[in-house]
Design a binder for this molecule. Structure first.
Ligand code: NDP
Length: 231
């Protein structure tokens, strides 16, 4: 059954994206694994070598023309689940905010998930499951912000939260459901070695949340352990 399902993952070459690719491939899904530099994606290429159900595609999510070109290239494919995973965390504190970094973060973290969801809307609408999951962060929660700082990351993820909320409403007539995910604090290049959980635990949990996603639960902000996060 699951071999009939197709999933597209951005930033699938390392961290949580690579773990998503691994777990869905092991469960027999057809995995469209996107990364910006396939020629340097050693771990993903090795995974694809041992799993014939993984196909690797070049996609820099900041390159909107490349997003449209890939959507066109895959126009005959259906996509049951789209995972907007790619993200960046530029350093920023009160006195040290680089505005070019800020614009880059908005491009990658906020605008590109919208652009990808829109470009692949036809592929998702014709699939069986019709789901979009976007990794934002509890750091994008306005309610949860008790420590300040991280201006760039926090604001770009808060914007992504609002984008996904609107999409959850606008895509409902097409039968597409949308969830905004907080993966936990995870041991990856971004999360660092002191993070609380590993990628396997985080992705196993997020997959459970995605499994339970439907039109009745669309438009929520949920952590990897199923707990709702305040906006
Ligand atoms: P990593 O830094 O380990 O990996 C980031 C991934 O995003 C890499 O595959 C990277 O590709 C990709 N990426 C960045 N920019 C682009 C781009 N322009 N085009 C294509 N791919 C790009 O992060 P994680 O795996 O930890 O994070 C995954 C997601 O989870 C992110 O959205 C992050 O914000 C979110 N998150 C992570 C947390 C954590 O504790 N780890 C906590 C909360 C949220 P490349 O190798 O080419 O740079």
């Amino acid at each position: 059954m699951s071999e009939n399902y197709h999933i597209l993952i951005t930033g699938a070459n390392r961290g949580l994206g690579l773990e998503f690719a691994k777990q869905y491939a092991q469960d027999g899904w057809q995995v469209i694994a996107c990364c910006r530099a396939p020629q340097h994606a050693t771990a993903l290429q090795a995974l694809a070598k041992s799993h014939s159900n993984i196909q690797v595609f070049a996609l820099d999510v900041a390159d909107f023309a490349q997003i449209d070109a890939l959507a066109q290239q895959l126009k005959n494919s259906k996509i049951d689940v789209l995972i907007n995973n790619a993200g960046i965390y530029p350093d920023s504190s009160t006195d040290l905010v680089n505005t070019d970094d800020w614009l880059d973060a908005f491009t990658v973290n906020s605008i590109s998930p919208y652009k990808i969801a829109n470009a692949f809307k036809p592929h998702i609408a014709k699939s069986n499951l019709k789901k979009i999951a976007t990794l934002t962060s509890k750091m994008g929660s306005i309610d949860d912000n008790s420590s300040g700082g991280s201006y760039i990351y926090r604001s770009s993820k808060a914007a992504a939260n609002m984008v996904m909320k609107s999409l959850s409403i606008d895509l409902q007539p097409l039968g597409i459901s949308v969830v905004t995910l907080h993966p936990g604090w995870v041991q990856t290049d971004m999360g660092g070695d002191n993070a609380l959980i590993n990628a396997k635990t985080s992705v196993t949990g997020m997959r459970r949340v995605i499994d339970h996603l439907n039109l009745a639960t669309t438009g929520r902000f949920i952590a990897y352990d199923g707990q709702p996060i305040p906006w």
